[in-house]
Design a protein around this ligand. Structure first.
Ligand SMILES: NC(=O)c1ccc[n+]([C@@H]2O[C@H](COP(=O)([O-])OP(=O)(O)OC[C@H]3O[C@@H](n4cnc5c(N)ncnc54)[C@H](OP(=O)(O)O)[C@@H]3O)[C@@H](O)[C@H]2O)c1
Length: 209
């Protein structure tokens, strides 16, 4: 019997919670990644990125590459299973990729689409926005797929529940490792925000009531 997730989706009758692991799972599923494919995860050291790269490894991707902004994050993402690490500023991103799980968007979206292989799929799940030229997709026969966990929770609650159960099973089996940067008392929430705004967090910043 799978464990009851703490604070499950129907807990207290409130809105289903969006968890980093569910976003990672959903983005991974949206790409319809096949075993043996290559996967690039942007913002790979983020709360969602750390789990997205582990889903890609667990799913049998041939090569999982983590993209981050600074070299000091490289060892961290390698420790979570990334086969290689690239910096956004690198001229060579190790392209082409069958799948890109993009948690950054904005100005990074264009270069990310250009890193797609023929028939590649980019899942855009960031709040960073961005614009893509349709031509860039056309010449690669590539696709861009949007993903939002809240939409799944509202439109496909059975899928949300299944992913949540499986998330905890994978965590208990050790297939997924959570990365908590720091647990910070709620009273120090401002410090938590500063940490995230400065992009210093490796994994999740947890506020403790
Ligand atoms: N679609 C959904 O349902 C859903 C749900 C939750 C979150 N999200 C999105 O998923 C992404 C990751 O969320 P998270 O909670 O994992 O984030 P997080 O832990 O706060 O990490 C965000 C990371 O994004 C990277 N980044 C790249 N460009 C950035 C920029 N211009 N400004 C700020 N950060 C930038 C930074 O890492 P580097 O310095 O290494 O680049 C930063 O540490 C966010 O875009 C968030 O909005 C989507």
């Amino acid at each position: 019997t799978p464990p009851t997730p703490p604070g499950g989706p129907r807990c207290g009758g409130g809105a289903p919670r969006v968890r980093s692991g569910l976003v990672a799972r959903g983005a991974y599923e949206a790409a319809r990644t096949e075993p043996g494919e290559s996967v690039l995860v942007t913002a790979a050291a983020s709360a969602v990125g750390t789990l997205a790269l582990q889903y890609a490894k667990a799913g049998g991707a041939a090569r999982v590459v983590a993209a981050v902004s600074s070299p000091d994050k490289a060892d961290f993402v390698r420790g979570l299973g990334a086969d290689e690490v690239v910096l956004y500023e690198d001229a060579d991103w190790g392209a082409p990729y069958d799948v890109i799980l993009d948690g950054v968007g904005g100005d990074l979206l264009g270069p990310a689409v250009r890193a797609l292989a023929t028939g590649g799929r980019l899942v855009a799940f960031s709040s960073g926005g961005g614009t893509v030229e349709a031509y860039e997709l056309l010449v690669r026969g590539a696709s861009m797929i949007g993903f939002q966990m809240r939409a799944v929770a509202a439109g496909k609650p059975e899928l949300y529940d299944r992913w949540l159960r499986e998330l905890w099973q994978m965590r208990d089996a050790g297939t997924l490792r959570t990365a908590v940067h720091e647990e910070i008392p709620l009273g120090e929430a401002a410090r938590a925000h500063t940490l995230i705004e400065q992009r210093r967090n490796l994994g999740k910043v947890v506020l403790v009531p």
